[in-house]
Design a protein around this ligand. Structure first.
Ligand code: FE
Length: 336
């Protein structure tokens, strides 16, 4: 009788409910390995970032979510401000992941942790623009680039995060003037995603664009000749190499506020930081590992210079702090 009573508890102990905004085939192998090693079964809810946040809000305290996996610090910050995470403390995670890639809650806890990184790089047309003219983010506001700059919407999380760290470095006044300068240099009203910006540089519509590194790597590795032809026409710069370093963002995760399997959630997050999981997690989307000392061979990233660049080390927690301010600045300077 006693064992019959124990069984359901044990069964419940060996489960993890993962709400994930990432879905790559390589992640599957990683999750299977986690279950084989720990005996913890993963139930996954896959949706995009906005869908996951909406679902968590609707479920409230009844939510079965244990781990929430989102893409970009701006989205993690937004989930944080909605109270969807609970802080944790893990010596293993503290040792594995650099401090600037996680959000400290200021009370000895960590709200979310980055598990892969991506660089926000500049792509340019070498026929129209010299490399020295786009060596920094600051130069995107330089009058020399008038009529040439293209980006996706300013209020997309990838840009919000970049602008949040630029403003952290420059201060509010210079930061807003910079945003205004970027808007003044635009070749067109922001539209499309990062890949569309790269293609618009290749087609000659834009001279300079901003993109996450994995989109460029994806085109380089594409089986479609037209994608590879796009990359032959453009050049990639990792900005701010002699100053603050290239802005690096993350895909990251935190333990859900109402997690029923908190211990399993922490074991899972520690697993994500292991060299084995880092390899799958990073390579699955042509990203870089977040854990210290883990190197991943990715020929496309290497070809772009992604094996040895200087990354920005401003704590990504500042994205949460500056998010509203950046949005207000975008409205004032007319950044669509
Ligand atoms: Fe993306």
């Amino acid at each position: 009788m006693a064992s019959a009573l124990c069984l359901p508890v044990h069964a419940q102990d060996k489960v993890l409910n993962l709400y994930s905004a990432r879905h790559y085939q390589t992640d599957e192998v990683m999750y299977d390995t986690f279950t084989k090693t720990t005996g913890i079964k993963i139930n996954r809810v896959d949706a995009d970032d906005a869908g996951i946040l909406a679902r968590l809000r609707a479920e409230g305290a009844a939510s079965p979510a244990d781990v929430i996996l989102l893409v970009d610090a701006a989205r993690l910050a937004s989930a944080e401000s909605q109270g969807l995470f609970q802080p944790i403390r893990s010596a293993k995670l503290d040792a594995a992941i650099p401090a600037h890639l996680r959000a400290d809650n200021g009370e000895g806890g960590v709200t979310w942790t980055g598990f892969s990184t991506r660089a926000r790089v500049i792509v340019y047309d070498p026929l129209r623009v010299k490399r020295e003219a786009v060596a920094t983010y600051e130069q995107l506001a330089d009058p020399a680039l008038k009529g040439m700059v293209c980006t996706r919407s300013g209020s997309h999380p990838y840009n919000l995060s970049l602008f949040a760290t630029v403003i952290e470095r420059m201060g509010d006044e210079r930061g807003e003037a910079w945003l205004k300068g970027v808007v003044g240099n635009m070749a067109r009203t922001p539209k499309g995603g990062d890949t569309d910006q790269i293609k618009a540089v290749a087609s000659g519509e834009c001279g300079v664009a901003v993109t996450n590194s994995y989109y460029a790597a994806r085109l380089l590795k594409s089986t479609k000749p037209e994608d590879r032809a796009v990359m032959e026409k453009v050049r990639v710069v990792f900005p701010n190499q002699s100053t603050s370093g290239t802005h690096v963002n993350i895909a990251g995760a935190g333990v859900a506020r109402h997690a029923k399997n908190r211990e399993n959630a922490i074991v899972f997050m520690e697993f994500l930081a292991s060299p084995f999981a880092q390899d799958y997690f990073a390579n699955g989307n042509n990203e870089f590992p977040a854990a210290k000392g883990v190197k991943v061979e990715n020929p496309a990233l290497k070809a772009m210079g992604g094996d040895s660049f200087k990354a920005e080390t401003i704590p990504l927690g500042v994205v949460a702090k500056n998010l509203t301010k950046v949005q207000q600045m975008l409205d004032r300077v007319g950044y669509k």
